[in-house]
Design a protein. Sequence first.
Length: 304
Amino acid sequence: MSVISITEDTRDLSFAAETDELDYLLKTPRKFDIIFDSDTDPVEMPILAYNVEYVSGSEARIPRLWDTHPYDPWAYVIRKSGRSKGGYNWEVVCEYERVEEPLETPFRLSYGHAYSHEQIDKDADGAPITNSALETPDPPLMEEYTDLVMRFEVNWPLDDWRIPLLADYGNVVNSDWFFGGRYAPGTCLCRCVEASEARLAGLWYYMMVIEILVRPDGWQKRFLDEGFRTVVKDSAGNPEKDDDGNLKFQTLTDSEGNPLTAPVMLDGTGSRLADGATPVYITKKTKKEKPFYIFNFNPELMRY
């Protein structure tokens, strides 16, 4: 109950090639004739035909799934099939598929938009949003914000030195120039990093998806400098401090000495903004910054 001979049939060999988006696929089969001994149960033959690789005395060897082609390391067996040719003779067909080496494939980039509702404090010309009495809206105005989304698809080795660092890159802003100097530091947010294992022939690797959101104004938070108090200053304009080293403040009041019910604009140093002066905005960084050069997303590496 065994295979007694294996012979490779090199007649009528063929191939087929076709494009697959930016890559190409090459398919080609190999065929093998198997002879079973006369005691083999026909019901067992499909199982034996699938599992057999070689037998003593035969030069041919039937490849397994995932085995590479003897003349192309990036063509591998994706399918095996077999059929009875009558009696104790079977044919096994191994179908190879060849794709481009994944770690040499350039990254792929697609663009889109992300939408969010955020508080706004300035108009299209950069002027602060206030009413005719120079009061800011309460609650603040909300508006849909649109950010450019850059979706990168790239392959990395399983042992790539960058993999352990990715845990620190969620919701992080770039500290360096990104994408060949197109985007300034602080304008790109790493929103998503995904990695899934994949296999091609004998190579295991990660298929990476990295999404970067681009906001030309930057990801720092801006707000109008306004409040209900001012910093106490001496005659030279220097802030005064109490005995504990803390800044002194003065609560703003109206003409009757009552605390204000609406904030007034400040000048960025803790003093009241002079009439007619340009409003001042305070910016604060709320997101961590890290270098994005580790992604190696350079436009020159793209396929055109």
